[in-house]
Design a protein around this ligand. Structure first.
Ligand SMILES: NC(=O)c1ccc[n+]([C@@H]2O[C@H](COP(=O)([O-])OP(=O)(O)OC[C@H]3O[C@@H](n4cnc5c(N)ncnc54)[C@H](O)[C@@H]3O)[C@@H](O)[C@H]2O)c1
Length: 185
């Protein structure tokens, strides 16, 4: 059976938040969640592309909302979660995908400013997102998927701040899983 057929309707009645949804992997995931039946809340910094994607999905007769959110700022993902709750009645899944790579140069030539900016978006942004989403997700038995990278398993030359941030994303994601087990025990 083709994957499209087996997954059809899989997300009917579900509400999915995609953070970092304007282009690339996030936009592709948002299209897929929508195609499979979910109401999608699209959060990103790039509002022109995010609104265009929401309009495209609404034009197909689906439920989609665009929300301006910078994961580098406290409170922005909370606003996106509030849209999911107020407009669609709750939150069933979140895909935390926002990320930046930063400049490619040897570690000794990386600046504090770039290190802080990359960690603030890639790692603290996931932290902020999970903290905002979990209160809505837990009672609905929801799920969070965080985008890491192969750079979360190895350190590629020239992008050590990015790789450090993605190692942290894997750690945060593992931490949530063990916390769930303890809650259920
Ligand atoms: N493309 C790859 O080869 C690759 C490989 C490994 C991991 N990744 C990871 O996958 C994710 C998506 O990558 P992509 O290639 O689609 O990137 P992209 O640059 O095409 O898209 C990134 C998305 O994140 C959003 N974003 C960036 N900073 C943000 C912020 N501060 N607040 C809110 N939204 C923000 C952008 O608006 C965009 O929607 C990233 O986390 C990236 O690190 C990508």
């Amino acid at each position: 059976m083709p994957a499209e057929t087996s997954l059809t309707g899989r997300f009917d009645g579900k509400v999915v938040l995609v953070v970092g949804a304007s282009v690339g992997i996030g936009a592709a995931a948002a299209r897929l969640f929508s195609e499979l039946g979910a109401a999608v809340v699209l959060a990103s910094r790039n509002m022109e592309a995010t609104r265009a994607l929401a309009d495209e999905l609404v034009g197909l007769g689906r439920q989609a909302a665009a929300v301006e959110a910078d994961v580098g700022h406290d409170g922005d993902v909370e606003r996106a979660v509030a849209v999911a709750v107020e407009r669609y009645g709750g939150l069933d899944a979140a895909f935390n995908n926002a990320g930046i790579q930063g400049p490619a140069r040897p570690l000794a030539e990386q600046s504090d400013v770039d290190f802080d900016r990359i960690l603030n978006v890639n790692l603290k942004g996931i932290w902020r997102s999970m903290r905002a989403e979990l209160p809505e997700l837990i009672d609905r038995g929801g799920a969070i998927v965080n985008t890491a990278s192969v750079g979360g398993l190895i350190v590629a030359p020239g992008i050590s701040p990015y790789c450090a941030s993605k190692h942290g994303v894997i750690g945060l994601s593992r931490g949530r899983r063990s916390t769930t087990r303890r809650r259920c025990a």
